[in-house]
Design a protein around this ligand. Structure first.
Ligand code: URA
Length: 255
């Protein structure tokens, strides 16, 4: 899908980064290189038509043996019945994930918040609206990607996930990754990036480069969480760079 420059400017404006255009006219401020996505049509985000050969299952999925082999309906049912950690007692409902199950892009956030817990869908609140705008800025509709979280249940008062909660929930996410076989994972926020990469490195150091998701070889790019961007709009420029890096990474991968 390609979007017009006008549409792209609208999306960028929705992200709150319209200042980039103005700044180029300001000789007092160093000029950033023109964002490539502003100049060229957005890349086609769909998967290449040719069949993808079955790859051997990487070891990372061995840990999910309890859910290994579950298909989508069985996995979704298992998640909605899950009582492995205490979060089941405070949730309204589980938040499984949403989107294209054959997506190139898998977006992984932290955990459901209030709105997501109510609606049963990830990223539907204000942060979700910004995430949608970020995706649209690189030519992606929300429906084209798959969106999930590290946790399927809302932590009370939106506190950080506890390690034991992450451990309980991880097999579900790993099975989703195995079923989707995305070409790229975008980890949004510190919690997602650190857990997926098994590191304590700050998000500011993880972003801006291409990692690999454990032993799958899937490229993983970390960026700031949209909720953080709502509080710190000046960081949107870096997230835009991360998204462009993601687009380039996919383009290079698709050859
Ligand atoms: N923040 C997240 O990390 N995930 C959601 O689904 C909503 C807000």
């Amino acid at each position: 899908m390609s979007i017009s420059r006008e549409q792209q400017l609208q999306y960028l404006e929705a992200m709150g980064i319209q200042a980039w255009t103005a700044r180029q006219a300001d000789p007092a401020v160093p000029v950033e290189p023109q964002p490539a996505a502003m100049e060229s049509p957005a890349p086609a985000p769909g998967k290449a038509d040719e069949p993808v050969p079955e790859a051997p299952t990487p070891d990372v999925f061995a840990a999910s043996s309890d859910v290994a082999g579950l298909d989508w309906p069985a996995l979704e049912a298992r998640v909605s019945d899950c009582r492995l950690c205490d979060l089941h007692s405070s949730r309204t409902q589980t938040v499984f994930g949403v989107g294209n199950r054959n997506a190139d892009w898998l977006i992984i956030g932290e955990a459901p918040g209030h709105d997501e817990d109510q609606q049963g869908e990830p990223f539907v609140g204000r942060a979700g609206q910004l995430l949608n705008a970020m995706l649209q800025a690189v030519g992606l509709q929300r429906e084209q990607v798959y969106i999930a979280n590290i946790l399927k249940c809302r932590p009370p008062n939106n506190r950080d996930p506890k390690p034991e909660e992450v451990v309980c929930c991880e097999p579900y996410l790993l099975r989703q990754i195995e079923l989707i076989r995305p070409r790229l994972i975008l980890a949004v926020g510190r919690i997602a990036a650190q857990n997926l990469l098994n590191t304590q490195t700050p998000i500011g150091k993880l972003r801006g480069e291409v990692h690999r998701f454990r032993d799958t070889g899937i490229p993983l790019i970390a960026t700031y969480h949209p909720a953080y961007l709502l509080r710190s709009p000046l960081e949107k420029r870096k997230s835009w760079q991360d998204l462009q890096l993601a687009v380039r990474t996919l383009q290079e991968q698709n050859g």
